[in-house]
Design a protein around this ligand. Structure first.
Ligand code: FAD
Ligand code: SF4
Ligand code: SF4
Length: 464
């Protein structure tokens, strides 16, 4: 008989006061007993509406049924048929707008905690014996993957399974993309991403870091001189946007990308690290997405006295994952909704002294379907600040476009592809944020998998 509780089994988490001053993981994960209890809430719906909400079509009722039986190995086997990074997705997918939004249990209570169960199964699997070495027959054909974020990792994983000889080129010194340089340790421990990359290396992946494609080698050179028969571009959208308001060039203003890179890759999160970064004081973060929440919560953990998030719409429109907003609020981050910066105010030394904002109200719906914020008359106010972090979005970097012959892009910089990820340049495929602009981990992974299938088809046809 199903567990009829209208509520999810709560996710164990560290207390806000304790966790808001360190970088250890916030949510600690279900125990086996809690996972079995939560899995018992699933009604095993025949039409699998939840699976329809998952961009990579995880067979949710089947894996949840295995969890309910306590057969976690079988549950992992089901998930890994379609998802290559379940420990990551279980932690960072916006489940409330994807799989869980379609769960029938959500009609009269909370949906089944699909993400938490997925995380439990993946963590259980990762705690078992070490990853076996490669047993896949190689076909000797060389393909290149540019960028090591979720799109590149998913694409490389599938191509390796098909027997290709895959080389991944990564611009930074560490592979993982946003999973390592953006999302902080307290949400996604780096060891999980490194374990996934090690698994791919054991399957034969050649990883070359510190390789900026477009500078050290171009895509054209990879194909014409280095013998790669096809190339996947998964270079993400790492170019920060600014508001173009006065004061954005003052000392103490960061893009969220730069701030989070200093925290994660330059290890500012390690106590007493010499990384140059703002510690303490009053910090204002502009934006309302996951990036803004991560920057604000990192600033708090680096010792800020007060952290304020300034967002131009209302709480209902916040694009960040619901759980991150809830955690940020619990930790004491202050939210100024319906507020928009117009200037960053300087002190006598050209450093940040505050941020001048205006209040907004919601008008008619815009193209995105959300009500457009409009300025309220005579509503100016200033928030005193020592640092401002801009987290208002990013775009794809133009480097690949400017160094690859015949590669079409959209005006915002996204690479143009067909539904299979093929670009305008034969043999070159692309996916993830480099195509769509900033999106989600699971969409990037889905695009990487789709492109791997198309690359395989392309290589087979090329041989005929
Ligand atoms: P990326 O992850 O950006 O990886 C691209 C890689 O390519 C990088 O490693 C980059 O260094 C490399 N590269 C770039 N140019 C070159 C070049 N010329 N040569 C070689 N390598 C190159 N999504 C969620 O689903 N849930 C979340 O909770 C969430 N939180 C986020 C928090 C932050 C702070 C950020 C920044 C994003 C977040 N996202 C979240 C979005 C998600 O991380 C991205 O959509 C996803 O990582 C995109 O994957 P990708 O593989 O396309 O690109
Ligand atoms: Fe849900 Fe993400 Fe898992 Fe799909 S991969 S089932 S969207 S948590
Ligand atoms: Fe289970 Fe919900 Fe999916 Fe139905 S919709 S199978 S209850 S997870």
């Amino acid at each position: 008989m199903a567990n009829l509780s209208p509520k999810k089994v709560p996710m164990p988490a560290r207390a806000p006061k304790l966790r808001s001053r360190d970088f250890l993981e916030v949510a600690t994960g279900y125990t086996a007993e809690q996972a079995i209890e939560e899995a018992g809430r699933c009604l095993q719906c025949k039409h699998k509406p939840c699976t329809g909400g998952c961009p990579v079509q995880v067979d949710i009722p089947s894996f949840v049924a295995e969890v309910a039986k306590g057969d976690f190995a079988a549950a992992y086997e089901v998930i890994s048929r379609t998802s290559s990074l379940p420990a990551v997705c279980g932690r960072v997918c916006p489940q409330e707008t994807q799989c869980e939004s379609r769960c029938v249990r959500g009609k009269n209570g909370e949906p089944v905690a699909i993400g938490r169960l997925e995380r439990f199964v993946a963590d259980w699997h990762n705690e078992q014996a070490d990853v076996p070495a490669c047993t896949i027959a190689q076909n000797g054909r060389r393909v290149a993957v540019v960028g090591s974020g979720p799109a590149g990792l998913a694409c490389a994983g599938d191509l390796l399974r098909m027997g290709y000889d895959v080389t991944m080129f990564e611009a930074l010194h560490l592979a993982g993309g946003v999973l390592v340089y953006g999302i902080p340790e307290f949400r996604l421990p780096k060891a999980i991403v490194q374990q996934e990359i090690r698994r791919l290396q054991k399957q034969g992946l050649h990883l070359q870091t510190n390789m900026v494609i477009g500078r050290v080698l171009s895509v054209d050179e990879l194909m014409e001189q280095q013998g790669y028969e096809a190339v996947f571009i998964g270079t993400g959208a790492g170019l920060p946007r600014f508001m173009n308001i006065p004061g954005e060039n003052l000392g103490g203003v960061y893009s969220a990308n730069e701030f989070l890179t200093r925290v994660n890759l330059m290890k500012a999160y390690v106590p007493d690290s010499p990384t140059p970064i703002r510690r303490g004081g009053r910090v204002v973060v502009v934006g309302g997405g996951n990036v803004a929440m991560d920057a604000a919560r990192c600033a708090l953990r680096l010792g800020a006295d007060k952290v304020t998030i300034v967002y131009r719409r209302s709480a209902e429109e916040l694009p960040a994952r619901a759980e991150e907003v809830e955690h940020a609020m619990e930790e004491g981050i202050v939210f100024r909704f319906l507020s928009n910066p117009v200037e960053i105010v300087a002190d006598d030394h050209r450093r940040v002294a505050g941020i001048h904002c205006v209040e907004m109200e919601l008008g008619e719906a815009d193209a995105s379907g959300r009500r457009r914020p409009v300025v309220k008359a005579d509503s100016d106010f200033i928030i005193d600040a020592d640092a401002v972090i801009m987290a208002i979005g990013t775009s794809p970097n133009p480097l690949i476009k400017s160094t690859t012959a015949g590669l079409e892009t959209q005006p915002f910089g996204g690479i143009v592809t067909n539904e299979w990820g093929a670009t305008s340049r034969p043999g070159v495929f692309a996916g993830g944020d480099a195509v769509t602009g900033a999106a989600t981990v699971i969409l990037a992974m889905g695009a990487g998998k789709t492109a791997a299938e198309a690359m395989d088809k392309y290589m087979r046809q090329k041989n005929q």
